[in-house]
Design a protein around this ligand. Structure first.
Ligand SMILES: NC(=O)c1ccc[n+]([C@@H]2O[C@H](COP(=O)([O-])OP(=O)(O)OC[C@H]3O[C@@H](n4cnc5c(N)ncnc54)[C@H](O)[C@@H]3O)[C@@H](O)[C@H]2O)c1
Length: 328
């Protein structure tokens, strides 16, 4: 593996998650953010993730943790990096402006990946130097515990850049989903957004509170989604008749008028409902406290799935095997 130093551009929620995962896997990180106050935030967020990461990778022979360097100069980061992950705010112009000088300084073989949740790689890469090494590598929060990363190439992206990215991401324990069709919001966010629109409509129209909406997921479909996706689950819901039987039974409901394709207007009233409801659900816990609960449970779920060599547990087992092989 040639990535000894990972360069990060933007060190917010997502940049911090990349830093924690890479450092835990023995990779040095040089993190650049134009806001100097982010250094403390970044170091705190790496500290906060350490316990969950150690639990998740317990018994996996990892090298000693990498070192963190922080700079407010993206060019210094670009010069020193073997792989660059951009995670600046989701504003297309900001991203293209931030990426251009980085691409002019980074060695031509260094892959530059964007964490963008929705923009197309073809749009982001067009003015870059060596655009063929640019990809989207879209992760999920918390990056240090969610294995999924969607790799999307643009029109100018080389197959080699995608292969290098796959190798790097797998080396830090991730599950790569090669997205072969370039579409806004890639795959997983398209799905999440569809549900999110419905949630906001129901909240807006006073049909349910944030708690009720969340409970409808947590105690029901959410529990099974960590194990299997909707297609496989619905196939089983067809009984012995499988997928076709399921569609015979439930296909016609797809034309029912309960599907809102457009999002609701983000009025103050809707924002109040969202804020009030989620604060009530938190029952006084801070975001950090909620994160700790989420992390502990996500580790436990992946460990149980590892016992069955299934879904994200299979990724964890593959990571263990890879690290044992590398140790020799
Ligand atoms: N938050 C999520 O759940 C999530 C999940 C997957 C992907 N993403 C994507 O990751 C990216 C980052 O999201 P986030 O939630 O971490 O945002 P964030 O606002 O928490 O962090 C963005 C950081 O980028 C820095 N920044 C902005 N412009 C910069 C520049 N020109 N040079 C250097 N630093 C700069 C800011 O100071 C800030 O620290 C976005 O593209 C987002 O769509 C977010």
């Amino acid at each position: 593996m040639n990535v000894k130093t990972l360069g990060l551009l933007g060190t917010g929620v997502i940049g911090g998650g990349w830093a924690a995962r890479a450092i835990h896997c023995g990779i040095n990180v040089i993190a650049a953010d134009f806001d100097p106050t982010m250094e403390k935030w970044l170091r705190d967020s790496i500290d906060n993730s350490r316990q969950a990461l150690s639990q998740l990778t317990e018994g996996i022979p990892l090298p000693p943790p990498g070192k963190l360097e922080f700079t407010t100069n993206p060019l210094e980061m670009a010069e020193k990096s073997d792989f660059i992950q951009e995670s600046v705010s989701e504003i297309e112009e900001l991203k293209t402006k931030a990426l251009l000088p980085v691409s002019e300084v980074a060695r031509p073989e260094v892959v530059i990946s964007s964490s963008t949740s929705g923009f197309l790689p073809t749009d982001l890469q067009k003015d870059l130097k060596h655009p063929e090494r640019f990809i989207v590598g879209h992760p999920f929060n918390p990056v240090y515990l969610c294995p999924l990363v969607e790799i999307v190439g643009g029109k100018l992206t080389s197959e080699e850049a995608k292969a290098v990215a796959r190798e790097f991401y797998e080396d830090i324990g991730m599950q790569v989903l090669m997205v072969n069709c370039e579409v806004p919001a890639h795959i997983a966010n398209r799905l999440q957004e569809a549900m999110w629109r419905e949630i906001l409509h129901m909240l807006n129209e006073g049909m349910a509170t944030t708690r009720e909406l969340d409970e409808s997921i947590v105690y029901g479909p959410g529990l099974r989604w960590a194990v299997m996706g909707m297609n496989q689950l619905y196939m089983m819901a067809g009984g012995d008749g499988g997928a076709r039987k399921f569609m015979e039974k439930f296909g016609p409901t797809l034309t029912m008028p309960w599907c809102n394709m457009d999002g609701p207007k983000l009025t103050e009233d809707l924002l109040d409902k969202f804020e009030f409801g989620t604060n009530q659900q938190a029952e006084g816990k801070t975001v950090r406290e909620l994160e700790a609960i989420r992390d502990e449970c996500m580790v436990a779920i992946q460990k149980v799935l590892a016992k069955h060599d299934f879904a994200s547990g299979k990724t964890l087992n593959a990571f263990r095997a890879r690290k044992e092989n590398q140790r020799g």
